[in-house]
Design a binder for this molecule. Structure first.
Ligand code: NAP
Length: 468
């Protein structure tokens, strides 16, 4: 029997487990899917926005994998770090370990004032409204009137949409109750989403962009003159035929053209006419400094940029200050070094060859990576499927060698012997029931438990006490 640990129960981890189940080269396989949290599903639970119910429903297919009799979910077990099991110790328990730990940190903006109170990484805001237990003790206060979101990727669009949506619309989701109350009391009226390059270089996808223009209670504002600084927007027919614009860019530009069709210096797009909030989509503004007043962020100074003709931008020498009492930096994720595993600090990934971890220049059979820690934080959830398959193919090639090594007959017993208290699938089901119960007591559907004590209590006895 081949005994495999998968570290991380997000999409890449679960797709890795699924690829191990679906192969026929090594029929007798046992997979333990470990997670530092007592809850499965990684970014599907703690990253996908609560109002994206269709994407969230992916949990059902991930669940089917974790419920397979050859798979065990082993939550509340950290790997690496001060309190975690080291990769060297883990390697003694299993024939192979596949690290699917994602990209847990946010990329720094590296401008003065980045750490002022009122300036946060978007990932922190996402963790807050997703009830990630690591930030339960540090809630957001949405007393800003104007918010700036830096970056034009899907995370920027997600956080802007949550800021612009009324709390009433989120009530039917599993957003934690304290966050829902804060969103209901939010004073935010203007949300600026700002890209340093042009609309044809924006990273958001069209469905996500279009959604911004269809929010009840919010209007989208674009400036046709600013959009037209981008040659691909202004005169697509005049562009050299090769290389053609990717389909997603063409569709994004069509949406933006639709919004600015009204003409005038600033066109207001869809959304209700009496909308209380404005989403202002801005381009060609590079953040150079976060401005401070009274010890808090008061705005962002941007350098006005212009296309350089090669997909990049150059500064024009002009500046623009945008007022903001809340700044969310949505400039991408970054992988974090896991002590005991090789790490490429420039790429923020673990060096690998077709998923095999490379140590001292050579592949290290028994250690693998899949997902964002392997290829960087790009792509949609489905991209993890082929990524996991490639890694599992490498693992299976190595299987004859791996099976000749020893593995623990009962890894969980060893983990318990090391002082860990794993939360198994029953514990997770118990958390799910507690979340249904919590929601019922609040007159809502299932509501996420946002704190460690609450999650662990729910896992152990189904009660789920603790701060909500
Ligand atoms: P992303 O797609 O890489 O976008 C990052 C944005 O930040 C880009 O606009 C980038 O501009 C900008 N940026 C980077 N450094 C900057 C700087 N120093 N100053 C100003 N702007 C800067 O990252 P993401 O939004 O975090 O998303 C990560 C992945 O998750 C993506 O694959 C995304 O599609 C996926 N995701 C998907 C969904 C969904 O499907 N609904 C939701 C969330 C996330 P440049 O292009 O100029 O570098």
């Amino acid at each position: 029997m081949l005994s495999v640990a998968v570290v991380g129960s997000g999409p890449s981890g679960v797709y890795t487990a699924q690829a191990l189940l679906q192969q026929s080269l090594v029929p007798d396989v046992r997979v333990h899917v470990l997670d530092r949290l007592p809850t499965p599903y990684g970014l599907v639970r703690y990253g996908v926005a609560p109002d994206h119910e269709k994407i969230k429903s992916l949990q059902n297919s991930l669940r089917a994998v974790l419920e397979d009799e050859r798979v065990s979910f082993v939550g509340n077990v950290g790997v690496g770090g001060a309190d975690g099991v080291s990769p060297a110790r883990l390697a003694r328990l299993y024939h192979a370990v596949v690290y699917c730990v994602g990209a847990a940190a946010d990329r720094p903006l590296a401008v003065p004032g980045e750490d002022l109170p009122g300036s946060f990484s978007a990932t922190r805001f996402v963790s807050w409204y997703s009830a990630h237990p690591d930030i339960a003790a540090d809630p957001f206060a949405l007393d800003a009137r104007s918010a700036v979101v830096i970056g034009v990727g899907n995370v920027a669009v997600d956080v802007a949409r949550i800021l612009a949506r009324g709390a009433d619309e989120l009530r039917s989701t599993d957003v934690p109750h304290a966050a829902l109350r804060t969103l209901a009391d939010s004073r935010v009226r203007d949300v600026h989403i700002v890209g340093r390059r042009g609309p044809s270089q924006a990273r958001f996808t069209t469905k996500e962009l279009r959604e911004l223009g269809a929010l009840p209670g919010a209007r989208i504002v674009v400036d046709p003159a600013e959009l037209a600084l981008d040659p691909a927007y202004a005169a697509p027919g005049a562009l050299p035929a090769s290389p053609p614009l990717p389909a997603v860019v063409r569709r994004n530009l069509e949406v933006l053209r639709g919004w600015s069709a009204g003409g005038g210096p600033v066109a207001e797009g869809l959304g209700t006419p009496d909308a209380v909030r404005r989403i202002r989509l801005r381009f060609f503004l590079r953040p150079v400094e976060l401005l401070e007043r009274g010890g808090r962020v008061a705005g962002v100074r941007f350098a006005r940029t212009a296309p350089d003709g090669a997909g990049g931008v150059r500064d024009t020498g002009a500046y623009e200050d945008v007022e903001a009492q809340l700044v969310l930096r949505a400039v991408g994720y970054r992988g974090v070094e896991l002590p005991g595993l090789p790490f490429d600090p420039v790429r923020g990934t673990v060096p690998h060859r077709a998923g095999r971890v490379v140590r001292d220049g050579a592949p290290s059979p028994g250690e693998y990576v899949a997902g964002w820690i392997k290829r960087g934080p790009t792509g949609v959830i489905g991209s993890n499927r082929s990524c996991a398959k490639e890694t599992v193919a490498s693992l299976l090639e190595d299987a004859p060698l791996l099976e000749s090594r020893t593995a623990a007959a009962d890894p969980l017993a060893v983990l318990r012997g090391w002082g860990l208290r794993p939360v198994e699938w029953d514990g997770w089901l118990s958390i799910e029931r507690a979340e249904v119960e919590l929601g019922r007591s609040l007159g809502r559907g299932p509501v996420k438990i946002p704190d460690w004590p609450g999650l662990l209590a729910a896992a152990r006895d189904g009660t789920g006490t603790g701060e909500r």
